[in-house]
Design a protein around this ligand. Structure first.
Ligand code: 13P
Ligand code: SF4
Length: 303
């Protein structure tokens, strides 16, 4: 089927079903192009909590669609590709977290939004990469169990050294593989470029960067900056929005390996099939959903 026809059909189905298409900045360019809302994990969670649509087609990975269902249980949430998951979210399990809580009974549990609903249900508060520092600052507890990203936990720990961090040993397979050698090579080939990285990168990388932030914060930083060249240390999908907003600026990936295979699974055709067949519905069971919602609501209420 020709791509214009696919888009036309999507538009018609969206209207018929009162649906909205949301997409993360790491999605394929053509998916971002047809999406109604594109954003980072925090912006998309906030949008889903308030949306008036009946159907949310979530172009992202499983935990994102799950969070949309937890925040808006009366809506139908569709994940166009059933096995689009997040390997980092899969590194943490609720049973293991329960055991860790028993070992540290005074600790507050902060879960990155990149977790399953079951892990969120065992947590006190959720965070994303854009608000993790503020979320931890808002807590009165001196001890923090941070799950599952050891790199984001380390980044927050450096900003709040007075708290003790118990870090789950998880990591993002895409960001964690960046090396100091990648940084050195990028700096050497683009000596005038400003280096922007995501806090899912290891400390050795964050230390070398000029700016560290979530995808949205990286886009805002580059758009406001007077510099004209940037080395980008996060998943390649972000280049679409960076270039769209900054046609006169140049962006180079810190490494060609910055691809999240799961974020790349969704195509525009998958979005059409999702709306045609109403697949794949993501619905968290009620008791887990209600517990998990408390940690997400507490995050959204945090100033
Ligand atoms: P942000 O959307 O918070 O920048 O996080 C990136 C990410 O890894 C999403 O899976
Ligand atoms: Fe998970 Fe990393 Fe992919 Fe984000 S980029 S979805 S954290 S594997």
């Amino acid at each position: 089927m020709d791509s214009q026809l696919v888009v036309k059909r999507i538009d018609r189905l969206k209207e018929e079903k009162n649906a909205v298409i949301v997409a993360h900045y790491y999605q394929n360019d053509e998916v971002q192009e047809i999406a109604d809302v594109v954003g980072d994990s925090f912006a998309l969670a906030k949008y889903c909590a308030q949306s008036s649509k009946d159907v949310i087609v979530f172009c992202g990975v499983h935990f994102m669609a799950e969070s949309a269902n937890i925040l808006s249980p009366d809506k139908t949430v569709l994940l166009p590709v059933r096995d689009a998951g997040c390997p980092m979210a899969d590194m943490a399990d609720a049973e293991g977290l329960k055991k860790l809580k028993q070992q540290h009974p005074k600790a507050a549990v902060v879960c990155y939004i990149n977790t399953s609903a079951k892990v969120k249900a065992e947590s006190d508060i959720c965070c994303t990469s854009s608000n993790a520092v503020n979320i931890v600052k808002s807590l009165t507890e001196d001890e923090i169990i941070f799950v599952p990203d050891q790199n984001l936990a380390g980044y927050v720990e450096k900003k709040i050294p007075e708290k003790k961090f118990i870090k789950w040993p998880g990591y993002c397979i895409t960001h964690h593989r960046l090396t100091e050698n990648d940084v050195a090579k990028a700096r050497e080939s683009k000596p005038d470029a400003v280096m922007l990285v995501h806090p899912e990168c290891r400390d050795e990388i964050v230390r070398e960067a000029d700016f560290t932030g979530s995808t949205k914060q990286i886009i805002e930083y580059a758009s406001k900056s007077k510099a004209s060249e940037f080395i980008v240390g996060t998943e390649m999908g972000i280049l679409y929005e960076l270039k769209k907003r900054n046609p006169g600026k140049k962006f180079y990936l810190l490494s060609q390996g910055l691809i999240c295979p799961n974020m790349k699974k969704t195509s525009v055709k998958d979005v059409l099939f999702a709306l045609e067949k109403m697949q794949y519905r993501i619905a968290v069971e009620k008791d887990i959903r209600e517990k998990a919602k408390k940690s997400l609501d507490r995050m959204l209420a945090c100033k």
